[in-house]
Design a protein around this ligand. Structure first.
Ligand code: ADP
Ligand code: MG
Length: 574
């Protein structure tokens, strides 16, 4: 938590203001019982109405100032807390945007969302509480004690009993609630995860009629969280009555001892009342302090979670001495072996091949054979374990990531469509694209045939996640986005899969024309899609088991022959 607090530094001025007014408020609080004692001792008991009115007026003024200071200090405390929360949220967001896939895999999406929302809210709340209480409580506790002793040292002795009793009570409360708070954050994570999965997978869940099962799963997590929250609140429900009990007993004792002294004439009635109020203030400040002790651990669990995100360094770093590739997109893999974190088997092993500008390279292999992994490595989403990947003869580790990715256009297998218009989605590939360019890209991607039929054309709004488009339509939009900008290398990762054979072949023909000077890698499960490539790489279980043209591979690679045979027969059956 302390590590996160350093980001509060730039608000020092507001913090000082908030604290100053809090102290002011505390001092005014202490002044009130003193005035009241005067009214009782010198006004009420003597029947001096003028005195009562003048001191009463003073009390009103003090109360007014008190309220004003409270408002001002709350205002600044809230301002600091909110601005601080905003800073933390953008810090986490920026960090996550710069994460490599290692960190994204490591944390997981739902916890990153909880950390950026709920956890930061906890921290924000505590900052606000601290600003309000951290100065007020000591001022009132110490000031109250001093004032009470000045009125009657004997009466103040009551505190010697009630404060230890109260401290013990607070200790036990904190002891039981802290672990509960910690587990609550984890349960919120879990709830978010289930919710997310359900919302993104709602079609599958319906299709498999798993709605009830999912409902139960959500109910369970929800119930679990609720129970924990209830347990916390039950404990808190006890706190208030318990504290009131202790307080009331304290007051009874005060009156008891006080009454005896008043009888003896060694104490005035007003003083008893003042001491009583001071004792209440002191005890309230103890409650405040204990609240701080209860809420800080809760927030510090959150702070730890947020700090873990902020302090995570991306495992993939930019080079210290960057070199910019000058060529036109020549690719070379040299004995590349790659393990995912904690994986025992390599996802890719001894991958060696070359691709030149102007070439169309096909990659084929069963699903899970490592095709996507291979093309992702080229963009340095992960760092390879052994070997070298070169672009234009330069190791990609020596190229700044932004420059590297500017050279490559990757169209992933699962098309990602953002909410917005079709035009906006395509424009991501080239910010300053003209409308003609967008239409041209859509034409090449074979998307124009359906976009042109839409009443609003390229201005058509796409629902979040592209749910109002078919799979093939989404793929074609993603392709249009991928090819609109000029890049040296284009990678199509299995993104023709939802297209029918005719569209697929028309698309490839158009690509051949448009991308004839670039290095193009087409990943596919379908032989027909890659058959005409200049070079075909056959992947099996992370290894290259064949490389060459279709005709060469038909002669040399049994696996390739098997794939071809199985698909041709499938087509014939169809
Ligand atoms: P393909 O694209 O050929 O279908 P992938 O390259 O996606 O196959 O996956 C190759 C292998 O790597 C699979 O066995 C898969 O389980 C594993 N894999 C893919 N992504 C990850 C990941 N993020 N973490 C761990 N293993 C992964
Ligand atoms: Mg894949």
């Amino acid at each position: 938590m302390m590590k996160l607090f350093k980001y509060l530094k730039k608000y020092t001025f507001f913090i000082v203001l908030a604290l100053t007014f809090v102290v002011f408020q505390g001092l005014l609080n202490l002044y009130l019982p003193d005035l009241m004692a005067d009214i009782v001792n010198q006004g009420v008991t003597r029947g001096d109405v003028d005195y009562i009115l003048s001191v009463g007026g003073k009390m009103l003024l003090v109360t007014l100032l008190n309220v004003l200071s409270a408002i001002v200090s709350t205002f600044f405390a809230a301002k600091v807390a909110m601005l601080y929360g905003k800073d933390l949220r953008s810090m986490v967001f920026k960090k996550v945007m710069n994460f490599s896939l290692y960190e994204i895999d490591k944390f997981g999406t739902s916890t990153l969302i909880t950390r950026n929302t709920n956890d930061i809210t906890q921290i924000q709340t505590v900052v606000f509480m601290l600003l309000r209480m951290v100065a007020l409580a000591p001022v009132m506790a110490i000031g109250g004690t001093v004032m009470a002793i000045s009125k009657s040292p004997k009466l103040t002795m009551v505190l010697l009993v009630s404060i230890p009793v109260m401290s013990i009570a607070v200790y036990f409360i904190a002891k039981y609630t802290m672990p509960l708070f910690r587990s609550m954050q984890k349960k919120i994570d879990k709830l978010n995860r289930i919710l997310r999965e359900n919302l993104t997978g709602v079609r599958v869940i319906r299709a498999f009629t798993k709605t009830n099962y999912e409902k139960q799963r959500f109910e369970k997590a929800n119930e679990d969280l609720t129970q924990t929250a209830l347990r916390v609140n039950r404990i808190f429900a006890l706190v208030f009555p318990l504290i009131m009990l202790i307080m009331n007993f304290t007051i009874i004792f005060l009156f008891w001892i006080g009454a005896v002294q008043v009888d003896k004439g060694s104490l005035q009635v007003g003083d008893i009342m003042a001491v009583m109020q001071y004792v209440m203030q002191i005890m309230f400040s103890f409650i405040m302090i204990s609240m701080i002790f209860i809420f800080i651990p809760r927030a510090s669990a959150s702070a730890e979670r947020v700090y873990k995100v902020i302090s995570s360094e991306s495992k993939i770093k930019d080079p210290e001495k960057p070199i910019l590739p000058k060529g036109k997109g020549e690719i070379e893999f040299k004995d590349v072996t790659f393990y995912f974190d904690e994986a025992k088997e390599p996802a890719l092993e001894d991958i060696t091949f070359k691709a030149h500008p102007g070439e169309f390279i096909g990659i084929i292999g069963s699903s899970g054979s490592g095709k996507s992994t291979l093309v992702n490595l080229l963009l340095r989403f992960y760092d390879i374990t052994e070997g070298e990947i070169l672009i234009d003869g330069i190791n990609i580790k020596q190229i700044p990531q932004k420059k590297l990715r500017k050279k490559i256009s990757l169209i992933p297998s699962r098309p990602v469509i953002f909410s917005g218009t079709i035009e906006e989605n395509v424009r991501i590939g080239k910010e300053d694209a003209t409308e003609e360019e967008i239409i041209e890209a859509l034409k090449i991607a074979q998307a124009w045939e359906f976009v042109s039929k839409l009443p609003k054309g390229i201005k058509t709004e796409i629902a979040q996640g592209g749910t109002n488009l078919s799979g093939g339509q989404k793929q074609r939009l993603a392709i249009a986005r991928g090819i609109i900008g000029k890049r040296d290398i284009y990678i199509f990762d299995d993104c023709f899969s939802a297209l029918d054979f005719k569209t697929d072949s028309r698309l490839r023909l158009a690509l051949r024309e448009k991308l004839k000077d670039s290095t193009v890698i087409i990943v596919s499960l379908r032989v027909a899609t890659i058959m005409n490539s200049d070079k075909i790489i056959v992947l099996d279980n992370g290894k290259i088991v064949g490389i060459g043209t279709h005709h060469e591979l038909m002669k040399t690679s049994t696996i390739y022959r098997e794939i071809v045979a199985s698909q041709l027969s499938e087509e014939e059956i169809a």
